[in-house]
Design a binder for this molecule. Sequence first.
Ligand code: COA
Ligand code: MG
Length: 297
Amino acid sequence: MIIRSWLFVPGDSERKLSKGEGNAADALILDLEDSVSDDRQDIAREMVRNYLQSRPDRAKQQLWVRVNPLDTDLSLPDLAAVMPGAPDGIVLPKVYSAADVNTMGNYLSALEAREGLKLGSTKIHCVATETAASLLTFHTYLDGVTDRLVAMTWGGEDLAAALGATDNRHPTTGEYDDPYLMAKSLCLSTARAIDIQPVGVVYVDFRDLDSLRTECLRDRRAGFFGKIAIHPAQSEVINEAFTPSDEDIAHAQRVIDVFEQNPGLGTVGLDGKMLDMPHLKQARNVMDMAARIKAKG
Ligand code: COA
Ligand code: MG
């Protein structure tokens, strides 16, 4: 399944959990980390497990869980509590390197065996840039990471704290400062290098849907696919921005057609522009994406 919008839902909120079902988000991320206060951790674990068990059909919307980071003593009890609900995947925050992702993969193997789930069925989406070390260890993903890892996003808030910053944005333009742009670029290039989904960062000003749309289009131009949402109103905007338009599809079809009509040619002209293999690959990606989104219904 293709996931455009990933909506965070605080794991201890009955109201928000019920609102999540029926929301346009392709995936919910049931949160056990930052949106849950320490004294509600046990309640949240139980609510998330019950919610997962109450929704076994994930055809329209996948259910993921964000657990606490591996360097806390909360993460294993989080996992042990939710695995009976067979989440589609785990969102792993505050990683230091690919070693954390592989450790999570091993924990999941053990828990899948305990629950009688198919080995390897639980996927991982890591939040790759929330520690200072993480900016220096992206190469470790290229040295071999579990194929449970299917998506990677970045974050600027925890990273700011980790870097000792008082703010992460330019005071007048509001643009991210250099380290966050580096985090974004490293996340994108690493995800593409290992052929997983690079997911755009959360847009926190959740009332401003116009700016969200602009930011989605900017992410898409850069190569990201999909975005994290924190408010239910954001999901549709994200879905739309990452769905190929009729125009995109028509253009992609023309590109494919012109190559088919010229077998054996590696480069052809269309509307006065040169096209070669990367354009054909891109066009096929657009058609594949459109078909997969249509199949979702
Ligand atoms: N998931 C599901 N439902 C949500 C939701 C979410 N993330 N955010 C808001 N809602 C619901 C609200 O409960 C409300 O429903 P109701 O009218 O039935 O009570 C409705 O959507 C409208 O919400 P609204 O009043 O516009 O927002 P709010 O002030 O209640 O909440 C936030 C604002 C930011 C606190 C809330 O959106 C939220 O909790 N977001 C997720 C935060 C999170 O998980 N952070 C961690 C990752 S960065
Ligand atoms: Mg907490």
